[in-house]
Design a protein around this ligand. Structure first.
Ligand code: C2E
Ligand code: CA
Ligand code: CA
Length: 536
């Protein structure tokens, strides 16, 4: 039966425990939940005392820290990890990067980084197989010291992880100031059910870390629901009991040989020169510009048909014209507002923007529901551009403009045109306009369709005689009409047999004048002469 050691025993026994290999390491794999492959592992300290049995870090590490003894234990653990990695390399066991924990008290030891670097070289382990975990509390002693340590670690080539992110209340500020390469989010710090409020906070943290171009590992994941949820918010890397408890060196070697490995993916890389850190700082120029000067704008991610809105500004909401808030948009399913056609149109535009790397535009109808207005359809013109990419995932910047009014007006005009066309078809009328000054003729839709005319006929009426639409024997009379119109004769009419079939049409002209009373244009029409008209 294991029994806990008291503080005095811990302090008294630690040197011997290190010398006698009673302090050892267990390993907990880190898995990509999307592929099932191993991306790394964390080394955790254990102490097996000859009298009291197994001791866990929660019980002895704080005592070691208080007594300035953690430094020794940490360096010992680091040496055990290097020994292990060297063994893997020598025995050709395919290895993964191993993370080790650095106590915040190690920072106060001036030579800590140099010591681990000396040990690493002694064992000849490439630096990419070792990762340092620091906690937010490292910043307690002031940013200057921890920044110096981080710089030195980076100089030597170590990847640095921020452990227990989200446990401190000042997380975001710390993250902004510390140059870490990976973030570890502990599920246990997120109270409440997955998908609830805790989930929302987690989601926004993951989104924010994407902006900071930093990969995230979710720790303490015990259930498949938690893992699936983390995956759904873009965090695939999982460390927790779900995949494996911390295991002994021998068990870990088995796992290494049995599981496939893969490197951790680079997160979103910003393409433009935008500074991601500044983007989240409410006082930064970037944020002020985004909020105030760009009109309605949104930033979303796109990956294999899925989109996720990361950020919208206030003008975006105003532009939609619905009684909604920024949060309504962030929390909703971005595709729900589209029918199938409009969704396809929008997605095609995203694809175009990905291919061209340029700004692309589309106009789509979206349906919104709100408590006050009920259902409403709005037409939005979107100009979008890809500003970031990581693997299959793209970061898209979209500017929007509400063009519903324009569209409705246009639809009205089109509708009245359609009605007029229908009416004239029933009346067997062909209509056109003749511009006096330019001698241009503009045929109606029906003329264009039935008589195969272009939208503008220049040098009228030469072409209609050349084509045989008007018969040669009416040429003289018709050219005289054109002259009369130029001179200002208000009305002309006659029956003219048209086309080679010499079908009789009642051709009429009515002249319109400009504000000075000069002839401007003439409205021409040709009505099929039906029997009763002839007999009239
Ligand atoms: P930590 O760095 O946050 O390590 C993760 C802790 O969570 C480990 O506890 C691990 O066993 C536990 N854990 C992993 N997956 C799950 C899960 O799914 N559910 C639950 N409930 N727990 C899980 P452990 O090994 O007891 O270590 C506790 C803490 O002690 C560590 O927290 C770390 O802060 C510290 N520690 C461990 N090894 C070292 C070391 O070598 N040096 C230093 N300075 N600190 C260490
Ligand atoms: Ca840790
Ligand atoms: Ca942790």
């Amino acid at each position: 039966m294991d029994r806990q050691m008291d503080a005095k025993e811990i302090v008294g026994k630690i040197d011997d425990a290190i010398a006698n290999n009673e302090i050892f390491v267990v390993y907990q794999p880190q898995i990509n939940h999307a592929t099932g492959r191993m991306v790394g592992a964390e080394a955790l300290m254990r102490w097996r005392d000859s009298e009291k049995g197994m001791q866990y870090p929660g019980d002895f590490i704080p005592i070691l820290e208080e007594n300035d003894l953690i430094y020794k234990a940490d360096l010992h653990v680091f040496e055990l990890i290097c020994k292990f990695q060297k063994r893997c390399i020598e025995e050709k066991i395919s290895l993964v990067p191993i993370s080790f924990n650095m106590s915040r008290y190690d920072i106060y030891k001036n030579d800590y980084v140099d010591e681990i670097e000396r040990i690493r070289r002694e064992y000849d382990v490439p630096v990419k197989y070792l990762r340092v975990e620091i906690t937010e509390s490292s910043a307690i002693g002031g940013l200057e010291l921890i920044t110096k340590v981080l710089d030195k670690l980076h100089e030597y080539g170590y990847i640095v992880e921020m452990d227990d992110f989200g446990s401190g209340y000042s997380s975001l500020n710390v993250l902004k100031d510390l140059d870490v390469d990976i973030i570890k989010l502990d599920m246990r710090f997120i109270s409440g059910k997955v998908g609830g409020r805790g989930g929302t906070i987690l989601g926004s943290v993951v989104q924010m870390t994407k902006w900071l171009e930093t990969p995230v590992i979710a720790e303490g994941v015990e259930t498949i629901e938690q893992a699936d949820y983390m995956k759904s918010i873009g965090c695939n890397y999982i460390q927790g009991y779900l995949y494996s408890k911390p295991i002994t060196e021998t068990q870990f070697i088995d796992k290494l040989t049995m599981t496939e490995h893969e490197p951790m993916e680079q997160p979103l890389k910003l393409i433009s020169t935008m500074d991601a850190g500044k983007f989240w700082d409410p006082q930064s120029l970037e944020t002020i510009i985004f909020s105030n000067f760009v009109g309605g704008a949104a930033i979303f991610t796109y990956e294999n048909g899925k989109t996720e809105v990361l950020r919208v500004n206030h003008k975006y909401v105003v532009e939609l014209g619905m009684n909604m808030s920024e949060n309504d948009i962030l929390g909703s399913d971005p595709w729900a507002i589209y029918d199938e056609n409009n969704r396809k149109l929008y997605e095609d535009t995203i694809q175009r923007a990905i291919k061209s790397g340029d700004e692309e535009m589309c106009e789509t109808w979206r349906t919104f529901y709100s408590d006050c207005c009920g259902e409403d359809k709005v037409c939005i013109r979107t100009n979008m551009r890809v500003i970031g990419q990581a693997g299959e995932q793209y970061l898209v910047y979209a500017m929007i403009q509400n063009v519903t009014k324009e569209k409705k007006q246009y639809a009205n005009i089109a509708e009245s045109e359609r009605k007029f066309r229908m009416a004239s078809e029933h009346a067997n009328i062909y209509a056109w306009e003749y511009m006096i000054a330019t001698k241009e003729m503009r045929p109606c839709f029906r003329c264009m369709r039935d008589l195969n005319l272009p939208p503008i006929i220049k040098n009228y009426p030469d072409p209609v005689f050349e084509s045989g639409l008007f018969p040669e024997d009416y040429k003289e009379m018709y050219y005289d009409w054109m002259r009369q119109l130029e001179e200002g004769v208000p009305h002309l009419e006659a029956i003219i047999p048209l086309t080679v079939g010499r079908v009789p049409f009642h051709v009429r002209y009515t002249l319109e004048y400009d504000e000075n009373g000069k002839p401007l244009k003439a409205y021409g029409s040709a009505t099929l002469v039906v029997d009763n008209e002839e007999t009239d």
